[in-house]
Design a protein around this ligand. Structure first.
Ligand code: CA
Length: 588
């Protein structure tokens, strides 16, 4: 009886409110509200931690599949999306810029949207999409031809569609857009084509551009259609005109820290990869050749697009150690507000949340060759002999000295998001132990062509595994436990108050681990490799877990000796949804 009255009152109230659908409050409270998942990261802090403990270490063996949804068609390849859960519907993005709305109870399709992609798109690293955003009555996502699209949440009809950048110049888009205070905020992809990284903010209702912030020094930002300020200082850390095609793609999107009202975006490699073309000097000579703000994390004012702070993980970067990996906001054991990020370069960084200042860095992979450590200011202590050589020093000028570098260019950790547990205070980092032979070559910029000036061969560091899920204490950098996997890990991680850590493997297994010991408590074979991101929510008093399965992403595209570890894996495209049935919640 009570429930009926509440429902009627809620219905009346909703009818009288101008803005229906997902609100700013919903986004802020996403972690605490266990009945929905409306942010990428399961909460704005990107902790990917659920306070749900219905499903726990004692009963996870009773977790069963309730439905599976095939993306269908002939288009498979990598499925990297994080499902969003809202008002009885699951929203997912798929490879080739597709979107699906699925009935949460039955797994039946409600609508599907296929972006019509032009010939000649230039995605560097598979045709993936990493998820959408919901705000008001709209679903937002980006496409491989570098557009941002707003769809009607109920019907999938296009409300607006805007161009982020020119796909013919190598721009593309794969990240989940970010919503902050009525703005849709996007980065861009294309760091291997000499594009310029940028962050753009649009009016979520109309799609009109509000501000732009290029992330390479010398470029001008805009605000309300006018020039605003220059990023950095022209030629302070870049020689000549190299900044004009300087890379720094903001390809993994960003996050929003409500406590400090700051957008945090990471930036990719400076272009080209051959660092000698961007810095002929040594890194001990001040910061003249650092190539700001590539390979950095940047704090941005969401109202104006002005840069508030920056922290560069790899100055004068020369290994494709993109600085894009997600920045997770958390509170450490002493009550300090921190950011943590596990960089491509192999170091796990803790930063101060207020100003992005360096706190600590520890290696999270075993065999880092390019730096002996990070100094007290956060700057790497380079091992100069392990920098790939300058082709200009070679007798024929065509190929610089070859060095072995670890991590390899795909990084100690790539895009796949780590998780933080409020239960243990630890981070769970999907990492890979691999290296590469790398050398530099001459290169000149040509629009729409790869702009690397490097060659490379990626190889495993160990016979028995590349993948390594690590539980890391962020206060000490200490490794608490490790799960080794033969193929490289490429999927996201999730933690729960029930003491569980979920992730998937390219071999297809979706696994629940004990967050304290690393013991495997449950697993399910999904039929294709997992490179997606798990979520959990509660519906009708039962806890659900979903993961997308569909092998692909960057790993199978780059060959080398790693190819042998993955070339037998089958493609796919299926969302699996599991639940702990009510009658089995107490059993064990
Ligand atoms: Ca890159």
């Amino acid at each position: 009886m009570n429930r009926f009255i509440i429902a009627v009152v809620a219905g009346v109230m909703t009818a009288g409110v101008a803005q229906a659908g997902v609100t700013e409050d919903d986004l802020n409270n996403d972690q605490a509200n266990t009945s929905q998942v409306v942010t990428n990261g399961m909460g704005r802090h990107l902790q990917r931690y659920s306070p749900l403990d219905t499903l726990n270490k004692d009963n996870v063996q009773n977790l069963f599949p309730v439905w599976a949804f095939s993306l269908g068609g002939e288009k498979q390849r990598g499925q990297e999306t994080q499902p969003l859960i809202y008002d009885g519907v699951m929203y997912i993005t798929g490879s080739y810029s597709r979107v699906y709305a699925i009935d949460l109870k039955t797994g039946e399709e409600i609508w599907q949207y296929d972006a019509r992609l032009p010939e000649g798109i230039l995605p560097c690293c598979d045709v993936v999409n990493r998820g959408g955003a919901i705000y008001g009555d709209n679903f937002y996502f980006g496409t491989l031809d570098a557009r941002i699209v707003a769809l009607d949440l109920k019907t999938g009809d296009v409300k607006w569609r805007k161009k982020i950048a020119d796909y013919k110049a190598g721009y593309s888009y794969t990240a989940a857009p970010l919503i902050v205070d009525g703005l849709v905020i996007t980065g861009n992809s294309g760091g291997e084509f000499g594009i310029v990284g940028e962050v753009q903010a649009r009016n979520a209702e109309t799609g009109e551009l509000v501000w732009t912030r290029p992330v390479i020094e010398g470029h001008m930002g805009t605000l309300n259609g006018e020039e605003s300020t220059m990023t950095g200082e022209l030629n302070a850390t870049w020689p000549g005109d190299m900044w004009k095609t300087g890379g720094g793609a903001t390809w993994l999107g960003g996050s929003y820290d409500h406590d400090t009202d700051t957008l945090v975006f990471g930036t990719g490699n400076p272009a080209p990869w051959n660092s000698h073309l961007r810095n002929a000097g040594t890194p001990t000579e001040g910061n003249a050749g650092d190539n700001l703000y590539a390979a950095s994390r940047i704090g941005i004012d969401p109202a104006s697009g002005e840069i508030k702070w920056h922290f560069q993980t790899t100055p004068r970067e020369g290994w494709d150690y993109d600085g894009v990996n997600e920045v997770v906001a958390y509170t450490d054991r002493d009550g300090n507000k921190r950011f943590a990020t596990a960089d491509r370069n192999g170091f796990f960084y803790v930063l101060n949340r207020e100003d992005g200042k360096f706190v600590s860095a520890t290696p999270f992979v075993k065999d880092i060759t390019w730096a002996s450590g990070i100094d007290d200011t956060g700057r790497p202590i380079f091992i100069e002999d392990n920098r790939p050589g300058n082709p200009a020093d070679a007798a024929d000028g065509k190929k610089g000295s070859v060095v072995f570098s670890s991590p390899g260019f795909l990084g100690g950790k790539n895009w796949m998001p780590m998780a933080f547990s409020q239960n243990t205070g630890n981070f769970y980092v999907p990492s890979n132990e691999w290296g590469m032979d790398i050398w530099n070559e001459p290169i000149t910029y040509k629009k729409g062509a790869a702009y690397l000036g490097s060659g490379f061969t990626i190889k495993p560091n160990y016979e028995d595994h590349i993948g390594s899920l690590k539980a890391i204490d962020p206060d000490t950098g200490e490794l608490k436990w490790e799960f080794k996997n033969e193929a490289p890990l490429w999927g996201g991680v999730m933690t729960t108050a029930g003491g569980l850590v979920f992730t998937g493997t390219p071999e297809g297994k979706f696994i629940a681990f004990d967050d304290e010991t690393g013991e495997q408590l449950w697993s399910f074979q999904t039929g294709s490799g997992i490179v997606g991101q798990p979520v959990t929510w509660e519906m009708d008093g039962e806890q659900y877990v979903s993961i997308i399965s569909g092998w692909g992403g960057a790993v199978p595209l780059w060959g080398g000796e790693v190819a042998k570890k993955v070339n037998y894996l089958n493609q796919g495209g299926t969302v699996w949804t599991f639940k702990l049935p009510k009658q089995l919640a107490a059993a064990n």
